[in-house]
Design a protein around this ligand. Structure first.
Ligand code: SF4
Length: 238
């Protein structure tokens, strides 16, 4: 493929929470020395990951893969309480780089569940943030991944309901699902909404007119969102 021009979407790069988590790993390496274990890929950018590995970071998918007594950094998207329990059992020296906004979502979801609400979590099942948030109140949380699932919910009309969205989702992605929930359950309470990305404003006008390719890691929710957006604009995406 011949690249003729590169257009930059805005905002681009990774979010403040992920940037903070990457800095946390860098500081941990400076302070404690190698190895520092990092739970999950801290950022979906292979260059950054390889650079951290070269400096002594070891990425693991599960905290139980880090040895007893290891220094372990949790990534920005948050973890379920079971992860803390596993690390405690292994005597890990934990540095929790969970984004404060995600922590706020966890606290609120737990609080609403404790007050008798069913929490509807709008997000993607495979995303680590969803796994972490659901882990706070698994018996009171229902995952809603799309409009069809919002329509299919079978709950009493007067159920005490609250919703929260995965923070990495765009406003554009969640709007229709939220509208469906509000139509079906007008009493629903908003706990927290994603507000970080308004994708309709991100595409340069020229790109909208001519189409272009989105480049990035398939595992990144932001890249997946951009690809969807491009398809909506009949632009090719990879
Ligand atoms: S809430 Fe999520 S998307 Fe927003 S800055 Fe934090 S980690 Fe990033």
């Amino acid at each position: 493929m011949n690249v003729r021009r590169v257009l930059l979407a805005s905002p681009r790069g990774y979010c403040a929470g992920v940037e903070r988590a990457v800095e946390t790993v860098e500081r941990a390496l400076e302070h404690y020395g190698a190895p520092v274990y990092v739970r999950k890929q801290i950022v979906h950018n292979l260059h950054v990951v390889r650079d951290l590995e070269a400096r002594g970071a070891i990425f693991v998918d599960d905290e139980r893969d880090a040895p007893r007594g290891a220094t372990v950094v949790y990534s920005a998207h948050g973890v379920a309480p079971t992860v803390h329990a596993n690390s405690a059992a292994l005597g890990h020296d934990v540095i929790d780089a969970t984004c404060p906004l995600v922590t706020k979502v966890h606290v609120q979801a737990k609080r609403y569940a404790a007050n008798g609400y069913t929490v509807l979590l709008i997000g993607h099942a495979a995303h680590e943030e969803v796994v972490g948030t659901m882990g706070e109140a698994p018996d009171s949380t229902i995952l809603v991944q799309d409009v069809a699932e919002a329509e299919a919910l079978e709950l009493p009309a007067d159920a005490r309901l609250a919703y929260v969205t995965q923070t990495t989702l765009s406003v554009d992605e969640t709007g229709e699902i939220i509208a469906t929930l509000r139509r079906r359950f007008p009493q629903i309470v908003t706990i927290a909404m994603s507000g970080a990305y308004r994708n309709s404003a991100e595409l340069p006008a020229e790109a909208r007119a001519h189409g272009f390719y989105a480049k990035g890691a398939p595992a990144s929710n932001l890249v997946a969102t951009l690809a969807l957006l491009l398809e909506g604009n009949r632009a090719p995406s990879v």
